[in-house]
Write a protein that binds this ligand. Structure first.
Ligand code: DGL
Length: 277
């Protein structure tokens, strides 16, 4: 049995393309419909109520396109709104990025000291600490919001001196806490992987939630016999929806995905706002 419908993936903006990239790498025949709410990004500094509302609107746009699975490729929405989304969406599997990242960190931390970096809302929610301590209550979890990382990535300042300074500013104290593993708890952060790794040193393993989320999606699709039977190039047959096409949109998208984005369409904010619980 196969299910040839696309996988729905959404993020507050373009950061979730790091998850899309891993999906195409693991499951090259799967098509996705990606929604990036580029008009309303960032979500990370917004209230819980707004993050939940935006998250459900994004999910509903994709549900209306008959997706077979929903991947919440945004740590902020996954941290604040997973239960809310799951109460509204019952027909298809809904997965977020927090649990897969937390599970990977638990397996990796021999010292039982894990660092988590993310947006202010992600850190405030305590989602990663909860997920990690549900698996192993003995693990100490240290969280740090790094709000400047997202704009640096959006500006394409990846290997820049300014980025190195900001990374040092946020992460030096993390290193002193004796962690041996650090979760990149924001979809933009894998893009800064190299500069983060060189700043914290090789003793600390970095966990990229994007990679582990794609693996979880693959496991679920296989277990539920919902993988595609189509022999197509998933990336080239995928659709990318955004709520705003900004001047540096293509550059950022190509940095995140590593290739030129095919099939970009605009979904207006009005259309998003029409979606009610
Ligand atoms: N995509 C968001 C996340 O992973 C980062 C950007 C934002 O603040 O919306 O948390």
């Amino acid at each position: 049995m196969n299910d040839n419908r696309p996988i729905g993936v959404f993020d507050s903006g373009l950061g979730g393309l790091t998850v899309a990239k891993e999906i195409f790498r693991l499951m090259p025949n799967e098509r996705i419909i990606y929604l990036g709410d580029t008009a309303r990004v960032p979500y990370g500094g917004k209230s819980e109520e707004t993050i939940r509302r935006f998250g459900l609107q994004d999910a509903k746009v994709l549900m209306d396109k008959d997706v077979k699975m929903l991947i919440v490729a945004c740590n902020t929405v996954s941290s604040v709104a997973m239960d809310y989304l799951q109460t509204h969406i019952k027909d298809i599997p809904v997965i977020g990025v927090v649990l897969p990242g937390a599970r990977a960190a638990v397996l990796r931390s021999a010292e039982k000291r894990v660092g988590v970096i993310g947006t202010a809302a992600t850190v405030r929610s305590g989602s990663y600490a909860r997920a990690i301590n549900n698996i192993d209550p003995g693990i100490k979890v240290y969280c740090k919001p790094c709000p400047l990382f997202v704009p640096l990535v959006e500006e394409g300042l990846i290997e820049n001196e300014i980025t190195q300074m900001v990374v040092r500013h946020y992460l030096y104290e993390m290193v002193d806490l004796g962690i041996d593993c650090m979760i990149l708890g924001c979809t933009h952060y894998p893009i800064l992987m190299e500069v983060i790794q060189s700043t914290v040193g090789n003793r600390i393993q970095l966990v990229d939630s994007a990679l582990w989320t794609a693996k979880e999606a693959q496991n679920i699709l296989q277990a539920m016999k919902m993988t595609t039977g189509d022999d197509v190039n998933g990336l080239q047959s995928s659709k990318f929806l955004v709520s705003d096409i900004t001047p540096n949109f293509e550059t950022v998208a190509e940095t995140l995905l590593g290739v030129h984005l095919p099939g970009i369409e605009k979904v207006s904010v009005e259309e998003l706002e029409e979606k009610q619980p």
